[in-house]
Design a protein around this ligand. Structure first.
Ligand code: ZN
Length: 245
């Protein structure tokens, strides 16, 4: 029997790549195109892409209903994402178990803030050298990742990061300025799983880093919904048999 594939939608705002030549040069097919391309190395994924300026922001109900994991990259146009799309995403995560992976500046995206319930505010600064530390080697998202790896240059995202306490902090960042950041965090909401991951500034090549790619592949598999084998309802399930009185 053919294994059921994980249906992934890679969503990107897709503005910088169209307006800034420097970004277009790094990501000629868009950040979504780059992510979709390396994910296609996994044989068990069915991948589609969606962008902000498509009808319904590229994510009508029908697309979200058929998405197991939604990957999100946005930066300058968070406010342009329609509120009803955000509500639909949140419902799919909480009640349908759809996985959500927020990349880089998605910390300020409407879906991330709505799903985890926080401002997502953080401190930031100039781009500099970053070391990503593997803080939870036992976690499935850390599979195949060494104790640390280097990112040549990344935008400084620093603590305090205003998020609810994550379930797990899988990766932590160190910057040459001395700042630190909870760079890879997991959350669960309803029956859904969420992963936030810091690298991915549009003028840097982090999405070409083999470890960043491995982490995103791992995160897709980890955030994919469990096979519940029954319908999730907000009412007490019936017990098959009861003790006789
Ligand atoms: Zn950035």
């Amino acid at each position: 029997m053919a294994e059921k594939k994980i249906r992934v939608t890679v969503w990107n705002e897709y503005r910088h790549e169209r307006n800034v030549p420097e970004v277009a040069e790094i990501y000629p097919k868009g950040i979504h195109g780059c992510i979709a391309e390396f994910l296609s190395e996994c044989g068990d994924l069915e991948i589609r892409t969606a962008t902000l300026d498509e009808p319904d922001n590229g994510i009508p109900d029908e697309v979200l209903d058929n998405t197991d994991v939604l990957i999100w990259w946005g930066h300058i146009a968070h406010a342009e994402v329609a509120d009803d799309r955000v509500e639909y995403i949140k419902n799919r995560v909480y009640n349908g178990g759809m996985g959500f992976i927020g990349c880089h500046s998605a910390h300020h995206s409407k879906p991330f803030r709505e799903i985890v319930g926080a401002t997502g505010n953080l401190s930031w600064g100039d781009e500099m050298h970053e070391i990503m530390w593997n803080m939870k080697p036992s976690h499935p998202i850390a599979a195949g990742i060494p104790d640390h790896f280097h990112l040549d240059m990344e935008e400084l995202y620093a603590e305090p990061f205003y998020i609810p306490n994550p379930d797990d902090i899988v990766f932590g960042s160190w910057y040459e300025s001395g700042h630190i950041f909870r760079a890879g965090c997991t959350f669960t909401r309803g029956v859904g799983k969420i992963f936030y991951f810091q690298p991915g500034h549009e003028t840097r090549k982090s999405f070409y880093n083999p470890y960043v790619r491995q982490i995103i592949k791992n995160a897709v598999h980890w955030t994919a919904p469990n096979d519940f084998g029954y319908e999730i309802k907000n009412e007490a399930p019936r017990v098959d048999s009861v003790v006789e009185e």
